[in-house]
Design a protein around this ligand. Structure first.
Ligand code: ATP
Ligand code: MG
Ligand code: FE
Length: 349
């Protein structure tokens, strides 16, 4: 089984070829960072145009690197949502064209399912596992019961954690994308200089909140005024990162207690999404996992941020489970993983 996977839901254009034996034959990712950097965030129209310009070339490159022709494929998978609709359409339409010409099944993948199943491509993760999904658009805790079977324990009531990293970077003048920039600046900073709030800490349930923390960083930055130097910025970055990670740990700890009560100890905690690339978060999760008696699985950073391999792999898992789609499949801007999930109640700060 060999699947081509296409990703274009945000600001990465990506194509990859993956086998059921977990071999990544090609994984080409083109980031549009330079195009969006002047705006400090992703501009949907610029993103969609870039996907149109680059997707064919990237598919070609991935197939050449894999040394395959379209007739060798078992299926073509593409992100069908959620995401910026202009971009999603580009990948999905390209996949439909290839699937129809090659005469192989089309598989529409939920981008979040791509992130959620990546740990099974790069190592061992047995269902059911607890998933911490932390990306630019999402912060969620989900029980992954199987392919296509997700139960949400918590979500953010305002911003996603990746968004908080990106906005903090923008406020501190650290550039875009913000996550890696904040992490780098934080290395030379004092994480205890600013006493930022740990949103939701000690609260009931497993929901997240990051907008109050973002406001606190902005106020601290403004209080420093024009004279703020490199060390001040590093201290702000380090203090923000520590607060964000501590807030996450409180929520994940709660979710692990619920998860362990239901399924027993000795299972796995999987982290996915771009923020999973953060080494400070990873270190904190390792300690927490040990305390709670679960094994931590974090895919390598390159497969945590958006890529085609995770979409190809989710396609393989869906193909194996018997889920394929027809060529009239619609692209979706919104598409929750847990169909029963109510929108998170606003719990205040
Ligand atoms: P979604 O998956 O929710 O649709 P997305 O696809 O834009 O959103 P990803 O590509 O999975 O998100 O992740 C990008 C996010 O990860 C950005 O917000 C980025 O700042 C953050 N990120 C990347 N690397 C790091 C890091 N080292 N530390 C913290 N955050 C990081
Ligand atoms: Mg991105
Ligand atoms: Fe993503």
């Amino acid at each position: 089984v060999i699947v081509l996977g296409l990703e274009s839901s945000c600001d990465e254009t990506a194509a990859a070829v993956v086998t059921a034996e977990r071999e990544i034959l090609a994984n080409v990712v083109l980031s549009q960072n330079d195009a969006h950097a002047p705006f400090g965030g992703v501009v949907p129209e610029i993103a969609a145009r870039a996907h149109v310009t680059e997707m064919d070339r990237l598919v070609d490159q991935a197939m050449t690197e894999a040394g395959l022709s379209y007739s060798d494929l078992s299926a073509v998978a593409a992100t069908a949502g959620p995401g910026l609709i202009g971009g999603v359409l580009v990948g999905l339409m390209t996949a439909k064209a290839i699937a129809s010409v090659a005469g192989v099944p089309l598989i529409g993948v939920n981008h979040l399912e791509g992130h959620a199943l990546t740990a099974r491509l790069t190592g061992k993760a047995d269902f059911p596992y607890l998933l911490l999904l932390v990306s630019g658009g999402h912060s969620q805790l989900l029980v992954v019961e199987g392919v296509g079977r997700y139960r949400r324990l918590g979500t953010t009531i305002d911003d996603a954690v990746g968004e908080a990293f990106d906005k903090t970077a923008k406020m501190l003048g650290l550039g875009f994308p913000g996550g890696p920039a904040v992490e780098k600046a934080a290395k030379s900073g004092d994480p205890d200089r600013f006493d930022f709030p740990r949103p939701m800490k000690g609260r009931e349930g497993c929901n997240f909140s990051f907008s109050g923390l973002k406001t606190a960083v902005r106020q601290a930055r403004e209080a420093l005024g024009e004279t703020a130097g490199e060390q001040d910025i590093a201290d702000l970055a380090a203090s923000f990162q520590k607060a964000a990670v501590e807030s996450l740990m409180d929520r994940v700890g709660k979710a692990l207690d619920l998860f362990n009560d239901e399924y027993g100890p000795g299972r796995e905690l999987v982290v996915a999404g771009g923020v999973a690339a953060n080494q400070c978060l990873k270190a904190a999760l390792e300690t927490l996992a040990r305390d709670k008696g679960v094994t931590l699985r974090v895919p390598p950073p390159k497969l945590c941020t958006d890529n085609g391999a995770m979409i190809a792999w989710a396609g393989i898992e869906r193909l194996n489970a018997g889920f394929t789609d027809t060529l009239d499949l619609a692209a979706r801007a919104r598409w929750p993983l847990d169909p029963d999930a109510e929108p998170a109640p606003f719990a205040g700060y």
